[in-house]
Ligand binder design. Sequence first.
Ligand SMILES: CC(C)(COP(=O)(O)OP(=O)(O)OC[C@H]1O[C@@H](n2cnc3c(N)ncnc32)[C@H](O)[C@@H]1OP(=O)(O)O)[C@@H](O)C(=O)NCCC(=O)NCCS
Length: 303
Amino acid sequence: MTRSARFRKTAQSPNIASLTLDQLEAAGTLVYEAFLDIATRHNFEPPFESPEFARFLVRFLNSSEGFTSFVASEGGQPVAVNFLDERNEIAGVGPVAVSVAHQGRRLGRVVMEALLERAERFGYESVRLLQAAYNLVSFSLYSALGFEVKDGMALVRGRPRPGEHPAGVIRECEPSDLDALDGLSMEVLGFRRRGDIESVMAWTRPLLVERDGRPTGFVCRFATPDSTFLGPAVARDEETLRDLIAGAAMSTPGELRFLLPVSCPWLLRWALQGGFSLVELDTLMVRGAYEAPAGAYMPSAWY
Ligand SMILES: CC(C)(COP(=O)(O)OP(=O)(O)OC[C@H]1O[C@@H](n2cnc3c(N)ncnc32)[C@H](O)[C@@H]1OP(=O)(O)O)[C@@H](O)C(=O)NCCC(=O)NCCS
């Protein structure tokens, strides 16, 4: 089938609802298979290390306050899913996935439009997502819906070379630090990240670096069976974020994975020349308001 013939196929506009409890396992499997398919077709690693992890994520998102699900179903079975991250004043998108057999029929657009309609209704001025740069379909879809590329991201994995130690004092974050982290996030990013810090804190405490008794950077950590994902992180400068990565490596013996903005070129060079390898390049796409950061950062899995 030619590309234009394939893309002319349209689905009848399906009803969009929230996921029901009996759809969670199938939705997790759909997410795993859709991402495995696109990654394998481009010779990249799939983002979900196992079907169990994708199913865990879907169950987690469905049961967490601050996320809304959108599902299109056929015969009660999910064929397209999407999630809106409403934990902060900026909204995040994903994972969005259409079952492999139903792709190219505008179901992706339909679950995105349902999500954007809710984001608009609730007054979000900025909706953001991360997108694998090799994924031409999702890039085209998001562009058509008004998203614009604001930064590039390098997904890296590995460990710093032995002997890399943080220059400053690093400690675990306490709930009483949250106001100061809000202040730092506002200063560097122009928005607070309290919602995602709190949800990651329920698993592992973020790390914090201080100068003169005030936090100058923090990084959240989330361990999966295979590695520890770092992010979101916010720091006054790239050297402080480097210290936090070195500190996180001291706290875990395994592999680290994180997204480094290409707008932090010094830190990216440090990582790529110092023990980390590049897994893929992603784009940060934004619909609505955006302010370039005044410091260094790592996104969450959403933005
Ligand atoms: C990405 C995904 C959600 C899109 O859903 P879909 O139902 O397949 O896509 P849709 O049919 O709604 O929309 C695709 C759009 O991209 C356009 N498109 C696709 N490839 C294109 C290309 N190479 N150049 C230009 N436009 C292209 C299509 O024409 C269509 O636009 P239209 O709505 O104006 O006709 C789906 O393919 C999927 O699940 N992929 C695997 C998981 C994934 O990649 N998720 C997104 C991660 S960021």
